[in-house]
Design a protein around this ligand. Structure first.
Ligand SMILES: [Zn+2]
Ligand SMILES: [Zn+2]
Length: 131
């Protein structure tokens, strides 16, 4: 007696979301198709290159580095940092306001996309054995 379960997948339950997947062609890139610091992803190497060499990115990188190199925050470091946007705030209140801003929520959204993309990118790289 064989019982076969029908493979009816109850699809169309989920609202259609924009799926961003890593393009296998990206793996040969010198620049990744996303920027973790700025929570953005790119559609081509030239966009990516442009971004990583741009001032916007460099500013964030600067802030990021500052926090990576200090295990114990010195007095020079402001404590009110948004670790999503890598922006320093003067007071907790400003930070709170910032976290409610549309600009910040956009970054949060971007971060989740980048996270996913990063994992796919990593797997692609691994399967292609690229160092
Ligand atoms: Zn960036
Ligand atoms: Zn933020």
């Amino acid at each position: 007696m064989t019982e076969e379960t029908s493979t009816n997948s109850p699809s169309s339950n989920e609202p259609k979301s924009v799926e961003i997947v890593a393009n296998p062609e990206f793996i040969t890139w010198k620049y990744p198709p996303y920027c973790e610091l700025c929570n953005v992803c790119f559609t081509g190497e030239s966009c990516s290159k442009l971004h990583f060499e741009g001032q916007n990115h460099k500013n964030r990188l600067h802030t990021w580095k500052k926090y990576q190199h200090s295990e114990t925050p010195s007095n020079n470091l402001k404590k009110f940092l948004c670790e999503i946007c890598w922006k320093e705030m003067d007071t907790q209140r400003i930070l709170d306001d910032h976290c409610k801003s549309p600009a910040h929520s956009k970054e949060v959204k971007g971060r989740s996309i980048v996270k996913k993309l990063k994992e796919e990118y990593r797997q692609l790289k691994q399967s292609n054995n690229i160092e």
